[in-house]
Write a protein that binds this ligand. Structure first.
Ligand SMILES: Nc1ncnc2c1ncn2[C@@H]1O[C@H](COP(=O)(O)OP(=O)(O)OP(=O)(O)O)[C@@H](O)[C@H]1O
Length: 265
């Protein structure tokens, strides 16, 4: 598929926020954000409850309109893309997303193909191959005929991740994707992210666990709607920053140069 031409050469390629601000009615939630997600990288977004992480993801997915500044995909304002084209390039897994309760796992995952179907809604072989691939990647094929209300929280989370993957997007925005996942599936999630990165996907995950975030290529720290820091995990996840945000009970150790965050008694 041909890429749309760039309108804004000053904005970096990939998915970028420039001077991004947002307010819910009169309530300012984000201000002056500069963020850049490159193809083939994993960026982890951390920050306390209510700091604006989910709002930022919704802006990057094109589901909210910026109050100031903008979001750009390949240098072009996101608002200039049709919702079809946007949905083919950017997939979003919300924190508490709904799902149709009467559909099977396979049918819910197939919903991820909607941006590729066009007005007539006709699916073809490529669509079912993408659905199979997404179910395999997230290990949900074994219960493909069950309905979501009958699944455990972690199983359901993996199905919704598969729905996002089925779009075969170039950028993946995941809001707390490891919620409900046991340790085994967290390890599987890390392997999945590594594989997707190697295929050139840009991945942005909101996480609360700094030890998972430490596995990312870069970490960005949001507090009260502003970016406090962004950079390599070893640079950003330091004790003074974490104590400033979360309080004195947080300690950072180093294991093979990787930060390991522990809570003190
Ligand atoms: N639809 C809305 N209308 C008004 N205010 C909202 C709305 N959604 C979120 N907010 C407020 O915006 C702020 C940022 O919320 P957001 O959900 O983006 O934070 P978050 O960092 O994702 O939080 P958490 O870690 O708890 O999920 C919060 O103060 C929240 O109360």
């Amino acid at each position: 598929m041909a890429r749309p031409p760039s309108d804004s050469p000053a904005v970096p390629r990939g998915l970028a926020a420039h001077n991004l601000g947002f307010a819910y009615r009169q309530k300012r939630v984000l201000e002056g954000l500069e963020l850049h997600l490159k193809p083939g990288e994993w960026l982890a977004l951390l920050g306390p409850n209510g700091s604006g992480k989910s709002t930022l993801l919704r802006l990057l997915a094109g589901l909210l309109q910026p109050t100031t500044g903008g979001v750009y995909l390949e240098g072009r304002p996101l608002g200039g893309y049709s919702s079809w084209l946007r949905g083919q390039q950017i997939a979003f897994l919300p924190q508490n997303g709904g799902y149709p309760e009467d559909l099977t796992v396979e049918e819910v995952v197939a919903l991820g193909r909607i941006p590729h179907l066009g007005l007539l809604g006709r699916e073809g072989r490529a669509d079912w191959e993408a659905v199979e691939w997404a179910m395999q990647q997230t290990q949900v094929s074994g219960f493909r005929h069950r309905r979501l209300p009958t699944l455990s929280g972690g199983e359901r989370q993996r199905v919704l991740l598969a729905r996002a993957l089925a779009a075969r997007p170039r950028f993946l925005l995941l809001d707390e994707p490891t919620n409900h996942l046991d340790l085994h599936h967290q390890v599987e999630f890390l392997a999945l992210v590594a594989g997707l990165r190697a295929q050139g996907l840009g991945i942005l995950t909101v996480l609360h666990d700094p030890n998972l975030a430490a596995r990312a290529d870069r970490v960005a720290f949001l507090m009260e709607g502003r970016l406090l820091a962004q950079g390599r995990p070893a640079e950003v996840l330091d004790q003074s920053l974490l104590q400033r945000v979360y309080g004195a009970g947080v300690r950072v150790h180093r294991v093979k140069d990787r930060p390991v965050v522990v809570l003190e008694e």
